[in-house]
Design a protein around this ligand. Structure first.
Ligand code: MN
Length: 288
């Protein structure tokens, strides 16, 4: 099942013919939560219940053409956004070779096993229809295309062999990055610098996330093209690594690192990212 969020917080089921508006399936979540709200995303935490309701509603739900819909992040309220640094060997090599990328900071060229994972601000999250508001235009802003996955149930100390059971689904992630000497979490967290979309593909449709072609083009020119088999830590290993340090909650987003070919983007650029079995999304850059 491919689930999108669009327009003003509508929920959609993506089909060949278009998008079925199945927003009323959210009624199964109930409307009132006592303060404080849970740490997890309530749609993802109740995904099985929502999916069952979607199956009932879909046949009679109106179909809207996909083209022209403003797509939002398929996860609205992630508790955290976990990110994998330098998780493709050839990207690590290109960073080590280029002072513009490593900025003389040893933390930018160390292995993922030694520096661990980092977090991006949840306020950086947008969907493809919202575009990227680029700032610090006197510095290099880069695209990074990444396989993203969404945690489906609480994960603590999970072994890699069991880890895929904790994934709710997959999406395309863009980890937009201002190059510089600051900590990754700071440079990669401006508003709109995490793009998730075009929709969430439920995990049953992608039994092996470790064999997916991924690519990105800017204004029609391909810049990155690789396959998730080249990840240093694959999806199961990333879950094992992350959940050995902290609990992962339903709706937490993990972006898995980018392959070689990162390059600058500027206001006006049209970015098109694709991942096999997920789809493609177009995102517009603009000045903040
Ligand atoms: Mn990245």
């Amino acid at each position: 099942m491919k689930l999108c969020r669009f327009a003003e917080d509508r929920l959609g089921l993506v089909e060949e013919s278009g998008v079925r508006d199945i927003t009323t399936a959210l009624d199964v979540l109930g409307c009132c939560f006592p303060y404080p709200l849970p740490r997890h995303d309530i749609l993802i935490a109740n995904l099985e219940k929502v999916k069952a309701r979607i199956c009932e509603l879909a046949p009679s739900a109106p179909v809207i053409p996909l083209h022209g819909l403003k797509l939002l992040s398929p996860v609205a309220n992630p508790g955290k956004i976990v990110a994998a640094p330098v998780n493709y060997r050839r990207h690590l090599e290109e960073v080590r070779d280029n002072p513009e990328l490593h900025q003389g900071n040893p933390a930018h060229t160390a292995s993922i096993q030694s520096i661990g994972l980092f977090l991006k601000a949840t306020s950086s999250l947008v969907g493809p229809g919202e575009g990227i508001a680029l700032r610090k235009l006197d510095r290099r802003n880069d695209h990074e295309v990444e396989l993203a996955f969404v945690i489906g149930k609480e994960a603590r100390g999970v072994a890699a062999s069991e880890a895929l059971k904790y994934v709710a689904g997959y999406a395309i992630g863009l980890d937009i990055t201002i190059r510089g000497a600051e900590d990754r979490s700071f440079r990669k967290s401006p508003d709109s610098y995490t793009v998730l979309g075009p929709w969430l593909v439920t995990a049953d449709e992608i039994p092996d996330p470790g064999a997916l072609d991924l690519s990105i083009s800017v204004n029609g020119e391909t810049r990155q093209s690789s396959n998730t088999r080249y990840m240093i830590l694959g999806v199961p290993e990333l879950i094992e690594f992350a959940s050995s340090f902290y609990t992962l909650y339903p709706g937490d987003i993990v972006i898995t690192g980018t392959p070689e070919g990162v390059s600058p983007i500027a206001p006006g650029d049209v970015i098109c990212a694709r991942i096999e079995k997920i789809g493609e999304m177009q995102v517009q850059g603009r000045a903040a």
